[in-house]
Ligand binder design. Structure first.
Ligand code: ZN
Length: 137
């Protein structure tokens, strides 16, 4: 999935317009794609045909898991209508993770889209956070 305003150069994806960044967005050097293909180890919590769930390496809450579609999608801005079912499956995975929580079962689901929003891995992922009181948004 390539942004219409983007172009590949030397294996990395550069944007012609939109975000003024020149960081790589290719699946070849994507840490989550490498976790999915087992090239890089991770603490896998759950896995389906379409989704993998891992524990975050730098947890921001007692429960901090990442729900990651196996399809390499940069972020929500790169979604296509064909991804609608996949997004539904991610919501259902969040429900499944919530059912395993102790206590109230409260959780927060966060998606960072773009560098300014705090995205550091440019493969769409949903932060599933629970186990502590979180501030109002
Ligand atoms: Zn990827």
């Amino acid at each position: 999935m390539i942004d219409r305003g983007a172009v590949y150069k030397h294996g990395a994806l550069f944007f012609r317009r939109g975000e003024n960044v020149s960081i790589s967005h290719s699946a070849e050097d994507c840490v989550f794609c490498k976790i999915i293909s087992r090239e890089i180890p991770a603490d896998i919590v759950a896995e389906t045909d379409d989704i993998i769930v891992i524990n975050d390496r730098a947890p921001k809450a007692p429960v901090h898991q990442l729900i990651i579609p196996k399809k390499h999608i940069n972020d929500l801005r790169s979604l296509e209508p064909a991804d609608a079912a996949l997004m539904g499956k991610i919501s259902l995975m969040a429900k499944e993770l919530a059912e395993k929580l102790s206590g109230s079962g409260s959780f927060r689901l966060v998606v960072n889209n773009g560098t300014d929003a705090g995205q550091s891995v440019f493969h769409l992922h949903f932060h599933f956070l629970s186990g502590k009181q979180m501030l109002d948004l």
